[in-house]
Design a protein around this ligand. Structure first.
Ligand SMILES: Cc1ncc(COP(=O)(O)O)c(C=O)c1O
Length: 404
């Protein structure tokens, strides 16, 4: 129904992904394949609802109607089987990460430890650091899975438990589905993680912004559904990644613990963030209720899966010295360049200047991941094919020159 192959030129639209000239190091014609948004137009019903509001012409302060909450309740129940009461749903207009910052501020004091698995989305673990907390980390463990072709990343739970006890950790930030490795955690894995949290009184801020972008067969479980974690978790979601509306800047906050919810609302008030955005409410209401939008999402997921499978196969077969795996969720490929000698700044420079590709630096997700890059595949298949060809040619030239 929807044409994801339509090429839309995003250059000169103040696009974060395409228009930051400094990232291109003076090189012309660089492809923007880094930050996590899609090059696709959002579903038409939402654009129409916004256009109608613009036609009305008055964009004053807005409220969230009962209808808004009911739409979110129905969406959560339909897609995840998670029943939420109205009072368990709130909003954080600037987005998921500001909500993380507020929760970190609310639940810990400066200098307190906050846990994160690494690698991890930089702004998520960075929220703990920017709030003056002490980041304590454990690595995700990687084992190659030849059957599913998903790299089978696992949480290092024994290490997590050891740190929780030794460092007296009471707060963890958690990424689910995981950016950048693309795992969609199973209920079993979440229960095992939750058990350690419960036994040690660790509250979990679960960043689930990628929850709606999953491969067939993978099933996202909201962390608040994990038995025993209802009162020890805050779940953050938004239509940002789902429908490509990052610029609208809104997020939903689901907190079942009434005291924590009350404190969160107070914190929003303290930070003068009690009002929502007009276009945020219009977007949420339309995207989560119009059947066309849900079909758009299903088709988008199919298109992204095709892109990711094609790209992973292409890279593993044709691009020397680079390996990757199809992620279970997200539209991001985590590329391993460890067979090269290129690291960090040198790797980025090579990819920009020799391959004309702007990818996300691995070290942003973990200072130790200097030999990884993240490739965003949420673009037309034509753009993706062009990017893969550039990567292949660039890496062939590198390997020849360096006898790899
Ligand atoms: C895991 C994760 N959380 C949060 C965000 C940003 O969300 P927001 O713009 O709502 O703060 C991103 C964006 O890439 C992300 O990947």
């Amino acid at each position: 129904m929807f044409n994801f192959d339509e090429k839309i030129d995003r250059q000169n639209t103040n696009s974060y992904k395409w228009d930051i000239a400094e990232r291109h190091m003076g090189t012309e014609g660089v492809l923007g394949m880094w930050t996590a948004d899609m090059d696709f137009r959002s579903p038409q019903p939402m654009l129409d609802a916004m256009a109608q509001r613009l036609k009305h012409g008055v964009i004053g302060y807005t409220i969230r109607s009962n209808n808004y909450y009911e739409i979110i309740q129905r969406w959560m129940s339909r897609r995840y089987g998670w029943d939420l009461k109205k009072e368990e749903i709130h909003v954080c207009p600037p987005g998921v990460i500001p909500a993380v910052c507020m929760l970190v501020d609310m639940l810990t004091k400066p200098g307190d430890p906050v846990f994160a698995f690494m690698p991890n989305y930089d702004s998520l673990y960075g929220a703990a650091e920017s709030m003056g907390r002490r980041l304590v980390t454990a690595p995700l463990l990687c084992e190659e899975d030849t059957v599913t072709k998903c790299s089978s990343w696992k949480m290092n739970l024994p290490e997590f438990e050891r740190l929780v006890k030794e460092e007296n950790i009471k707060l963890a930030v958690f990424c689910s589905p995981h950016n950048p490795v693309g795992r969609v955690w199973t209920m079993e894995e979440l229960e095992a993680f939750g058990k350690i949290c419960r036994e040690n009184g660790v509250f979990v801020i679960s960043d689930e912004v990628h929850c709606d972008i999953v491969r067939p067969g993978a099933k996202h479980v909201p962390f608040g559904m994990v038995p025993g974690m209802e009162n020890l978790s805050a779940v953050l979601m938004s239509p940002n990644k789902t429908f490509n509306v990052a610029g609208i800047m809104t997020a939903s906050v689901f907190i079942k613990n009434p005291e924590i919810m009350a404190a969160f609302k107070k914190k929003l008030g303290n930070w003068a963030m009690t009002l929502d955005t007009t276009f945020g409410t219009i977007a949420v209401e339309t995207l989560y209720s119009d059947p066309y939008c849900e079909t758009w999402l299903d088709e988008c997921n199919e298109y992204l899966t095709d892109n990711l499978e094609y790209a992973a196969e292409y890279i593993n077969t044709n691009v020397p010295c680079v390996t990757t795996a199809v992620p279970e969720g997200t539209y991001l490929l985590w590329l391993d360049f460890s067979k090269t000698d290129l690291l960090g700044e040198e790797l980025r420079r090579y990819l920009v200047q020799e391959c004309k590709l702007d990818l996300c630096d691995g070290w942003e997700f973990d200072p130790e991941c200097l030999d990884h890059m993240r490739l965003n595949c949420a673009c037309t298949s034509a753009t993706l094919k062009e990017a893969l060809l550039r990567l292949e040619e660039g890496m062939e030239a590198y390997c020849q020159a360096n006898s790899k």
